[in-house]
Design a protein around this ligand. Sequence first.
Ligand code: 13P
Length: 249
Amino acid sequence: MAQLIAANWKMYKTMAEATATATALAERLQGRIPSHREVLVCPVFVHLAALAPILRDAGIALGAQDVYPADEGAFTGEVSPKQLQDVGCTHVLVGHSERRHILGEADALIAAKTRVALERGLAVVLCIGETLTERRSLQLEAVLFRQVSSALTDLPAAVTERLIVAYEPVWAIGTGEVATLEDIDAAHGLVRRMLRDCLGASAAAVRILYGGSVKPDNAGAILQLDTVDGVLVGGASLDAESFARIVLA
Ligand code: 13P
């Protein structure tokens, strides 16, 4: 199973900046992506179509940061799976902690997004993770279980081959405070067990990424953990040189 090295550009960059970063990244990675790695970049919606050809030529996949769980309709401001695929997306992030905690997305909406996007043929990176308060009050396992089971129960086995889970402890996102290798290993072990409980045998094909202050100088050690199948990178993915170093770490 190839490791997935994913960039979440969040709400950063103008069109000119996004194009320049994608071009620089494509130049750095052209013909150099290790055979055991895949690379994904997730810019804002309005940059997807422009970045698609630049990234595709370098063998880098394109993903959106969100999706609405319907094919079309009166959903002002939203974007459907088909519209994402139409501009070149193969992947989409769902349930990122910033959407859960800043935009107030609930488990039921995240479950619908996960299901519909998978059914329409997108690879879904389902993001989960506990807040510091939840961790300190020993709710890590309960929170992860709620987030995993609400999104994945009763998913048809045929679509789970496109499912990816990203464990992103909220307290490690954008804080420079990376979880310890022991924390990551333990949480990923828990998530793997929950995936087996929810999905049965098809859980084995689901990659579990770590996200939260991944940088060029800690990515190598994190990616060496047996329980880690890739990383989801925010801040350190905004610079082509820095993200390329993580891909090659
Ligand atoms: P940082 O890498 O900036 O901590 O962000 C992580 C993240 O939220 C990726 O989705």
